[in-house]
Design a binder for this molecule. Structure first.
Ligand SMILES: Nc1nc2c(ncn2[C@@H]2O[C@H](COP(=O)(O)OP(=O)(O)OP(=O)(O)O)[C@@H](O)[C@H]2O)c(=O)[nH]1
Ligand SMILES: [Mg+2]
Length: 690
């Protein structure tokens, strides 16, 4: 019998043919892709279980992922299971690929947060949980690798609660047995609602066993805690607990279902994904409690108009299929070749790992790849009334690391910019630009690994070999003293010659003023039409001053000059201007200017003092720290730092924050730099010029 209340809340029930989407997310190497493999195997979608370690899994089929034994992009696979359709989206765990994880979360009905059974590592979950909680995504925790757990599940639960603002509800307790080497192993679990005990098998469903007597005290304690948490949301249950009445199981299931769907509780399951332990239990929880597409669309506040709405959350460019827009269909049905909102939808594909299966149509709820809808980018929805931006689509984090790229073969340069455009469309947390000051092509992203994977793609998929370098810092130079300079340019080479004569006054200006040209010519000693040429000649010279850097913060006033009616030309006045600066500036006490950036480092509060030391150790000037707005238990440290010291700082920030610390930078000012460091920079610039 179905519970009518359940039905209205979910809009569907197990076996009703709904199509639901589950995001598998969690920290780096917590076992998401292995869990996906087990889920596919347990649902009968694959006949044998591969492994990420051996490179035989359905997920991580991309060469970049296989090479590194880590997730580098989304793995998507759909299955039919007991009358329902499911799509699992396995996201890479590395913080550098977090954008993909958020993209998966943005379109899922429910998230499974896969984590290792190590209480001291829960901090690594913070950025992910922040996204999940901010978007009210119903989620559960899968405490994985229980086979190798050293910590107790209750300690893990307590640790998880410190990073979760949702009440956690433990659904299972592990059954442990001593091993011959004096240790302990987890051989099964007790389900706290049904109060049944199961023994894990190395493959296949766990066996129902008799409840081991020694687990009873722990079981009843954990069950009581579960019920007490649920009773916070249900007065009927609370009364029963107070009166010591054993609650009906159906009531417990209903409370779990409702509070989960409303994102008031987060259930905690345990298991070992790579050996199917606890995987069927996880499937069962999803089957009963994951909301369906209409409920999720409501949570997202998507204005569905009765026609087709398909949200693109990821773009892929493939050699054979061309541009693919990965979409979740929120409403309506899309068929191959159909025109939606003025866009013709080409072939439809259902991804299964690296494989793309052609399908004739995609219904509400499904994840599908539309081929060649060129106008559709991630963060947009294709609707019956055209392409619309999605209000709460994932935005890309600011970059924290950059590399300068050079095509090994100069003929590849045009191809390179086309390929970069595609790569950035696939992953908006990457960006590229030619930096005017250094003429370098910079690729920016979320860390060295992130950029190396992009460079691998350029080589492997676009056949463009790339050399990378640490980007140069855009130093400048200025002057500390003024001068008056006379310069004459005179040539006589047959025909008519060249003649220009000028006198300029040069003086330093305060920081940030750039360059100013002042014309004080009176009586036409330099004709009007040549004055722009003087300015042009000056500006030309300023591109590289006596220290090899761009000159800034100075004023040059043209005060006097002479010309020749026949021999003077724009060219000759330009030359005279260059000569004037070349002679004068070395005498004007040139000094190097170093860019100083304002840095804001966000990190869990217990690492704040380490972050401060890190900044001080890199010539940083601390400005202060404060709590990070909207982040419980996090601080933001702000400082002024030389740009040169910030380039690779993210690596150290991550190493003292379990990978979760991050930074923002913005240009602040230029600051004089003298001494050995400055001398070294000038030498380097001279070498480059030579
Ligand atoms: N002992 C044990 N090891 C596991 C389990 N699940 C996965 N592993 C191992 O953990 C490592 C990482 O597994 P993956 O499935 O690739 O992890 P992932 O979370 O997908 O990794 P990323 O996508 O890179 O974040 C591999 O060496 C797996 O063999 C488990 O349940 N128990
Ligand atoms: Mg993975």
């Amino acid at each position: 019998m179905t519970d009518p209340r359940t039905e209205t809340i979910t809009g569907g029930r197990p076996g009703s043919g709904a199509h639901r989407v589950v995001a598998l997310c969690g920290p780096y190497l917590s076992g998401k892709t292995s869990l996906l493999e087990s889920l596919l195997y347990a649902t009968g979608a694959i006949g044998r279980r591969g492994s990420t370690r051996a490179g035989t899994s359905i997920g991580d089929g991309a060469v970049e992922a296989r090479k590194r034994s880590m997730g580098t992009e989304l793995n998507i696979a759909s299955v039919d299971y007991l009358g329902d359709q499911w799509t699992f989206i396995d996201a890479p765990g590395s913080i550098e690929f977090q954008h993909d994880a958020f993209a998966a979360l943005s379109v899922c009905d429910t998230a499974v947060v896969v984590c290792e059974p190590s209480p001291e590592r829960v901090v690594a979950l913070a950025p992910l949980l922040k996204y999940i909680e901010d978007h009210h995504i119903p989620h559960l925790f899968f405490v994985n690798k229980i086979d190798s757990a050293e910590a107790r599940v209750r300690d893990m639960l307590a640790a998880l609660q410190t990073v979760s603002t949702r009440k956690l509800v433990l659904r299972q307790v592990p059954i442990r047995r001593p091993t011959s080497d004096g240790g302990e192993e987890c051989i099964g679990y007790v389900d706290l609602v049904s109060e049944r005990a199961y023994r894990y098998k190395s493959s296949g469903a766990s066996d129902l066993i008799e409840m081991p007597a020694e687990i009873l005290p722990r079981e009843s304690e954990a069950r009581r805690e579960m019920l007490e948490t649920l009773s916070e949301f249900d007065d009927a249950l609370l009364e029963q607990l107070i009166e010591d009445v054993a609650p009906e199981k159906s009531l417990i299931y209903r409370d779990l279902h409702d509070e989960f769907g409303a994102d008031r509780i987060a259930p905690v399951l345990v298991g070992a994904g790579d050996r199917e332990n606890g995987v069927r239990r996880l499937l069962k929880a999803l089957r009963h409690d994951a909301p369906v597409v209409s409920v999720t669309a409501e949570r997202r506040d998507l204005a569905l108009n009765g026609g087709v709405t398909a949200e693109c959350f990821k773009v892929l460019h493939q050699a054979h299929a061309g541009k693919l827009s990965l979409c979740r269909v929120w409403s309506g049905t899309v068929s191959e070749g159909q025109s939606v909102g003025g866009q013709r939808v080409g072939t439809l594909y259902r991804p299964f790992g690296a494989r793309l299966d052609k399908i004739a149509e995609a219904k509400a709820g499904e994840i599908v790849a539309f081929a060649k809808v060129d106008a559709l980018a991630s963060g947009q929805a294709l609707t019956s009334s055209g392409i619309k931006p999605v209000a709460d689509a994932v935005t890309a984090d600011a970059s924290v690391f950059a590399l300068a790229l050079k095509a090994r073969n100069r003929n590849d340069e045009v191809k390179l910019s086309g390929a970069l455009q595609k790569i950035v469309e696939e992953d908006p947390s990457l960006s590229f630009e030619v930096r005017a000051e250094t003429h370098e092509l910079l690729l920016r992203g979320q860390g060295e690994m992130h950029l190396k994977v992009a460079v691998d793609k350029l080589a492997g998929r676009y056949n463009i070999a790339i050399d990378t370098e640490i980007p140069r810092v855009a130093y400048r130079e200025t002057i500390q003293a003024g001068a008056t300079q006379h310069a004459r340019y005179k040539r006589q080479t047959g025909g008519h010659g060249q003649f220009a004569d000028i006198t300029v006054e040069i003086r330093p200006m305060p920081r940030g003023q750039g360059f100013r040209f002042v014309d004080k010519i009176v009586g036409g000693v330099v004709p009007r039409n040549f004055i722009p040429a003087v300015e042009e000649g000056l500006r030309d010279y300023l591109k590289e001053g006596p220290l090899g850097q761009t000159l800034v913060d100075l004023e040059v006033t043209l005060v006097d000059g002479q010309y020749h009616a026949v021999d003077s030309s724009e060219m000759s006045f330009k030359m005279a201007a260059r000569i004037a600066l070349a002679e004068a500036l070395p005498k004007c006490k040139p000094v190097l200017l170093e860019p100083i950036v304002k840095v804001t480092v966000a990190a869990p509060s217990d690492s704040t003092s380490r972050i401060q030391r890190l900044i001080s150790g890199r010539r940083g000037q601390l400005l202060g720290y404060d709590t990070r707005p909207g982040w419980l238990g996090w601080d933001e440290v702000s400082a002024l730092m030389p740009e040169a010291e910030v380039a690779d700082m993210i690596v150290e920030i991550r190493s003292v924050t379990q990978g979760v610390g991050t930074l923002r930078t913005e240009f602040d000012h230029l600051q004089e730099l003298t001494g050995r460091t400055a001398d070294h920079i000038v030498e380097e610039a001279k070498k480059r010029a030579a």
